[in-house]
Design a protein around this ligand. Sequence first.
Ligand code: M6R
Length: 683
Amino acid sequence: MCGIVGHVGAKDSDRSLQVVLDGLSRLEYRGYDSAGVAVGATGGLNVVKSVGKLANLKAELEKLGELPGRCAIGHTRWATHGIPSVENAHPHTSLDGALALVHNGIIENATALRQELTRDGFEFVSDTDTEVVVHLLARTLVEELRRPMPEDEGVTGVAGDPSLGGGAEDAAGVAQDLDRNLDHDQAATSDAKNNSLLTPGIPADSLPTAAALTRAMRRIMSELHGTFTLLAVHEDAPGVVVAARRSSPLVIGLGEGENFLGSDALAFAQYTRRAIEVGQDELAVVTPTHVTVLDIHGNRTEPKTLEVDFSADRATKDGWPTFMEKEINEQPRAIADTLANRLDAEGFLTLDELRIPAEVLRTVDKMVIIACGTAAYAGQVARYAIEHWCRIPVEVELAHEFRYRDPVVTEKTLVVAISQSGETMDTIMAIRHAREQGAKVVAVVNTPGSTISRESDAVLLTHAGPEIAVASTKAFTAQITATYILGLYLAQVRGNKFIDEIQDYLDKLAEIPAKVEDVISRGEGVRQAARMLADTASVIFLGRHVGFPVAMEGALKLKELAYIHAEGFAAGELKHGPIALIEDGQPVIIVVPTPRRPELHRKVVSNIQEVRARGARTLVIAEDGDEAVNECADVVFRVPPAPTLYAPLLAVVPLQIFACELATAKGLDVDQPRNLAKSVTVE
Ligand code: M6R
């Protein structure tokens, strides 16, 4: 959670603030309790913070007028330590105001460090763990700045205390580190060399502070426990951002004469498609012309480059009133794009990204799907299909519960981690646990280059494009599609299905995008029903077989968007307790299976009759032509016929539209519901 953005531009560009605000707008889905920026120019840092959404910060900045600067960092917060307030908002600053820092993550030893710093005379103005980091960095920076500079280098100092990781060797090492830049702008190299013998890209006047700040950042990384992405700027080093990361995301965008930093590439996708990933326990020194990435020991690393494939315009509302509505409507494309280019010339399903050898996949004797929230419901849907096609037992486990129950995972277990963001900490920790037990992990993610994709053995990308609304919609249908492709691939590799059978399943899957389009076009009836129920206090959702996880997903959408108590039950479970909840007028939404599965269909129709007999208002999702529901439904939302296993891709759409419309009718912000954040990067 929390979005962080940074920019360093040419001396006269003065556009850093604007770039950072643009980036924060795109990352606001990561948190929106408060926001702030620090803008660095020759002559000092300007820090502006505000409570609430980014619009409040922008209004504050407008009052202040122009804030020119050649570097800036910004933050949009999802509160972990301390209430949303100006004091707790980032950036946090050192006592002298010369150093500003933003942070995403949680510092687990913040209390002990705070006590130590307080004993040292540091005064705290916030309740955050981040303020601990800025004071720790400031204290360490003072020590580093005190090291005399060697004459021949003009940068770094004499022997220090080796226990601090410093000393002449270390100091010289940092200068060399800074010299080993990733040169992505050849034109800049000669200028840079003229500026400084050792640190191309860093203006000579910024060099001592930038070098000391880099050393200080590297030292404090060893003192911090927990997770962090940190961006720091100092008033004596305008034009330089020093960054560090451990278990929280950081991507650096490479521009022409300017560089960008962001929690994800969306932050700068409108400016550049070239980016590099900063690895675990690495730090980066970013100037307008150079990016140097170092490991925690100060050795330069070769960062992985990536092409940002999200076009920035897919991250705008594009004329839709909300991202949520846009993303619901993008589902046909998300499913089609996820299905595209999966067959080779002979018609065999190929998964280029799946780097696990076929012989290993043939030995798999159990699958475990790990995920959270909506992604976990996608996993529950996938279980029905994969068990049916591959005859492999599939468990679905909430990622945050997985490792605590000491799961039986062996080298023959295939773990499938599903995540839109690829940054969900609960899922990352579960992946680490599974791999420690020897399991192979396939990640089904929507964000290329994300932590989950990097930490897994193989990646299967969903091609839903950026999902900005906090409530997941198109990621869900793309995740089901991707896991179905995985299931069919396993069935092919393991010989559970013949190629013509697989082809038949794929052909029918390829018909789904047009059917989803059809469901979306029938949305007005759903919206009308939602508006009528705007005052309801609770809604019950029922489903059976693959309709059960769809019911739970429908309930989750309503909870998170409309703040209405909603519960999804297996329809068969009703008589074992939940039916006691039914009273006169209680809205119950039922996902009805196709009448072509009569044994399932009959039972669900009976369940509708049971709740209706007790006064429930029944809203039913049923296939075209299913007349049996008419006599027990108050309202019917029709969907086109589809094979049973594919029905969730259609049935979920009215539930998404329902929640979105009901929340809108209540005047709520459907893109940014209260208390939530898009990426849950803390455990
Ligand atoms: O990014 P992930 O798919 O890993 O996120 C998992 C959940 O946090 C997410 O699906 C959450 O439940 C959504 N807000 C649901 O709409």
